[in-house]
Design a protein around this ligand. Structure first.
Ligand SMILES: Cc1ncc(COP(=O)(O)O)c(C=O)c1O
Length: 456
């Protein structure tokens, strides 16, 4: 058995039960994992439908160009469909989108135009306006406009909705999905409610988007609009595909809660999914915790794959920079000293001590490094491995003073330096660190001390 083209593999994605993240929640929580589509997102479904409907209506002819304002996933779907059907693609993207998404689109042959994020949609620089303008100027071009093109909703009515109904054998009671263009939630909801009007649909929105307030008050409140980071959901416009009568309730999820939940899905469920998947699961579980009953079955759509966010939510430095990951509290040099009850453990040798004598001290004390002093000053250091090598070369050295073979003194650190800093300073050239406490007493910190502190 084989497929005639990559686009024939779109759809029929698996429905998978959550087993850990939903702990303490009644009912069954299932996720529909859309990254199993060939373009790794739910948008493959609408891409084909929009193009095929346009072909039927004569809106695009052979050799034409597809132009779309897309957050990346729709572009990927359109690019795959364009390859199968022989069209060119130009996509406009907002510059908040991840570099990976842009690179992927270019990899599948599309031309990508990056536009500023923080301008209103009607601004001529916005990615909506640039896409429209290109459509007006390029002959035989088709602008699918996933926001207002109802083929988007129809694609989900024809495929995603029936798949969910069949996969749950009609037992679904709640459906949850992130709302961007609205196609997913509107199409699936319409199909499911026709099958069973009791099925409850939950839209997941972001802070910074207009949907929730519009649903609850009928007011398009511009004060709700502010820049946010989650990609693919929430809007500052009302797309025609968001059919509010088909959505029973909205919950809003923050960028941070979504990012942390996406990472949990990867670690705890093995679902390496995109950022907005975190939004959908976080929002849906928040609702489920309050409202779901034992026999209820909730289905949540997970729109895309984690690879597109490797430079963002799956990058620990990025997460820390955005305040999404707690910076780990490390022990300090002072904490390490505290565990020694204030006693100074510092054993030193004078620079005039004979090497043979210094070896005896190392052995008797069971230590492998020792600071070398001259009066009050730290003038050098000695390590057992260095002494061993030198004596192997020249056994006579044992009658010489340590100053003949000593290395540079151990580095002083502050009592406030944390374990991560301390460990970066200890290496093969600097076997130990020195720290002066409030009473001016000098202590030594070795690799062994750092390991002990890590294990506490
Ligand atoms: C990653 C991601 N999640 C969710 C959505 C929302 O789906 P819909 O546009 O069907 O409302 C999109 C749409 O762009 C998306 O790209």
């Amino acid at each position: 058995m084989y497929y005639n083209s990559i686009i024939d593999t779109v759809g029929n994605t698996p429905l998978i039960r959550l087993n850990r993240i939903n702990e303490g929640i009644e009912g069954t929580i299932l996720v529909k994992v859309e990254y199993f589509n060939p373009g790794n997102s739910v948008k493959d479904r609408i891409a084909i439908k929009m193009i095929e409907d346009a072909e039927k209506e004569g809106k695009i002819r052979p050799g034409g160009t597809i132009i779309e304002g897309t957050s990346g996933n729709t572009g990927m779907g359109l690019a795959l469909a364009a390859i199968s059907k022989g069209y060119k693609c130009i996509f406009t993207l907002a510059d908040k989108q991840s570099q990976e998404k842009i690179d992927i689109l270019r990899a599948v042959g599309a031309e990508v135009v990056v536009c500023p994020t923080n301008v209103p949609p009607e601004d001529p620089r916005s990615y909506y306006s640039v896409a429209r303008k290109l459509n007006e100027t390029i002959p035989n071009s088709f602008y699918p406009n996933q926001y207002d093109n109802l083929s988007n909703t129809q694609a989900h009515y024809e495929t995603t909705g029936p798949e969910i109904w069949e996969q749950t054998e009609g037992n679904i009671t709640h459906f949850a999905a992130g709302v961007g263009t609205g196609g997913t939630i509107s199409g699936v909801s319409q199909y499911l409610k026709e099958k069973n009007k009791e099925i409850f649909t939950l839209g997941i929105d972001t802070y910074g988007s207009v949907f929730k307030k519009y649903k609850e008050t009928g007011e398009f409140d511009e004060n709700e609009i502010f820049p946010y980071l989650t990609e693919g959901i929430g809007e500052d416009i009302l797309p025609k595909n968001v059919i509010f009568e088909l959505i029973d309730h909205f919950v809003k999820v923050t960028d941070k809660d979504a990012a942390i939940m996406a990472r949990r899905l990867a670690r705890e469920e093995g679902l390496f999914v995109g950022w907005s998947c975190g939004s959908a699961v976080y929002g849906a579980l928040k609702y489920a915790r309050k409202h779901l009953k034992k026999d209820d079955v909730m289905v949540i759509i997970l729109p895309d794959h984690g690879t597109r966010y490797l430079g963002k939510i799956y990058n620990d430095s990025w997460m820390k920079d955005h305040g999404y990951l707690e910076k780990r509290e490390f022990a300090t040099a002072q904490d390490i000293l505290k565990d020694r009850n204030g006693t100074s453990d510092l054993i030193t040798v004078s620079k005039d001590t004979r090497i043979g004598e210094a070896i005896k001290i190392l052995n008797e004390q069971g230590i492998s490094q020792i600071p070398v002093v001259e009066g009050e000053s730290f003038v050098g250091s000695l390590t057992d491995s260095k002494v061993l090598h030198k004596l192997l070369d020249n056994p006579e050295l044992k009658n010489q003073p340590v100053s003949v073979i000593m290395d540079k003194p151990f580095q002083f650190v502050s009592p406030r330096d944390t374990l991560d800093v301390l460990s970066s300073l200890i290496d093969k050239n600097n076997k130990a660190l020195l720290v002066r406490d409030r009473l001016n007493v000098v202590h030594i910190i070795t690799r062994h001390d750092l390991l002990m502190a890590m294990s506490n």
